[in-house]
Design a protein around this ligand. Structure first.
Ligand code: ATP
Length: 351
């Protein structure tokens, strides 16, 4: 079942010419977590606000649970849409304790029971009488989430939910928030510019650039099979190369030589293509046919991010990025060789 349907939405803010979002169509299944991922200013928050009813679109429709709530001459105000919102700064009331923050605006007869139920869900039992300033960032976020879930919303919208947390807490809260949303059986839309957040928490990711959706897919689809060079470079680190599908149909001929390629069915031998070769699909090996000099090597713990300059026959050179196993010894100035693992090689559109 579809919980949220956006159809050809466009929003132009007063005094601007370019639409902040354009032609946004997206279906979000009930019970799923979808992240709107993209760089600053690409329109993520605008989409969230259009769903909530804090903004009105110039074109298109928003439907929740199968009913149009905006567009086609219909306008359902935000408070009647059944939408729970978790704001970036949590927007807790500083003068109200946890219990009152969570119950704020909840008028149901089962008020006390419901508040205790959602506090239990977010793991805050026993902290009912604490005030926001007596809570950690992660606990404040749980209060905001509990407040949003208390009214059993059709959807929960979370704007940059992890941006106020430090790295440790962030990793923990990604798992927590996912667990809480799933246990509540809620449908959630998150806004993030952080690919790690998006990959870790989402059932689906919609990648946006300049107000338009570039690709919608599962985290694996987005990471492993980016459809265009924007998605390939925005999510993860990659090398974009021009090439031609080889006669064997399972390789691409590039300035770096023949690169093995697994997914050629859509392309004919001889066809010009752009490919994305993920940093982790360049494997350092003595037998590798891609040889270059290390320009920079940055140890990150889980890998060494290596920038390599490869000299090409015509006197030109090409910069590559590779993720090398952290136990390898790689230093600036070293000559290194790589071979390509085909699994993370993908033809991308020439956008
Ligand atoms: P960020 O990650 O920085 O929050 P975002 O992807 O959420 O960015 P939006 O806040 O949706 O982006 O903004 C999309 C575009 O619309 C931007 O160019 C922004 O400057 C513009 N914009 C947003 N709000 C308004 C407004 N009230 N009036 C005019 N322009 C606006």
């Amino acid at each position: 079942m579809i919980a949220i349907q956006l159809d050809a939405l466009a929003k132009i803010y007063p005094g601007t010419i370019e639409p902040a979002v354009n032609n946004i169509s997206l279906e979000i299944e009930k019970g799923s977590i979808v992240t709107l991922l993209g760089p600053s200013g690409c329109g993520k928050t605008t989409i969230l606000r259009l769903i909530a009813g804090f903004e009105k679109a110039e074109r298109g429709t928003v439907s929740l649970d199968g009913k149009v709530v905006a567009g086609n001459g219909i306008w359902v105000p935000p408070e009647q849409r059944g939408v729970g919102m978790v704001f970036q700064d949590y927007a807790l009331f500083p003068h109200l304790d946890v219990y009152k923050n969570v119950g704020f605006g909840y008028k149901g007869e089962d008020r006390r029971e419901r508040i205790m139920q959602v506090l239990d869900l977010v793991g805050l039992q026993g902290l009912e009488r604490r005030y926001p300033h007596e809570l950690s960032g992660g606990q404040q976020q749980r209060v905001a989430l509990a407040r949003a879930l208390a009214r059993r919303p059709v959807v929960v919208l979370l704007d940059e939910p992890f941006s106020n947390l430090d790295a440790d807490m962030r990793a923990q809260m990604r798992l927590e928030v996912k667990r809480i949303i799933k246990n509540a059986g809620a449908t959630a839309v998150l806004v993030s510019h952080d690919q790690k957040d998006a990959l870790a928490i989402s059932d689906k990711i919609a990648v946006l650039e300049a107000g338009e959706i570039q690709q919608v897919g599962t985290p694996r689809e987005i990471y492993q099979y980016p459809e265009n060079s924007f998605v390939a470079t925005f999510v993860g680190q990659t090398n974009l190369l021009k090439g031609k599908i080889g006669e064997d149909g399972c390789s691409v001929l590039t300035a770096l030589g023949k690169i093995p390629y697994n997914y050629t069915h859509a392309y004919q031998p001889g066809e010009q293509v752009n490919i994305s070769v993920r940093a982790e699909s360049l494997e350092m090996s003595r037998e590798g046919n891609i040889k270059g000099r290390v320009k920079e090597a940055m140890y990150t713990g889980e890998a060494i991010d290596v920038q390599v300059v490869v000299d090409l026959p015509g006197g030109e050179s090409l910069d590559l990025v590779a993720h090398v196993h952290p136990e390898e010894e790689v230093r600036e100035g070293d000559m290194v060789a790589f071979s390509v693992l085909p699994n993370f090689v993908k033809v991308v559109g020439d956008k």
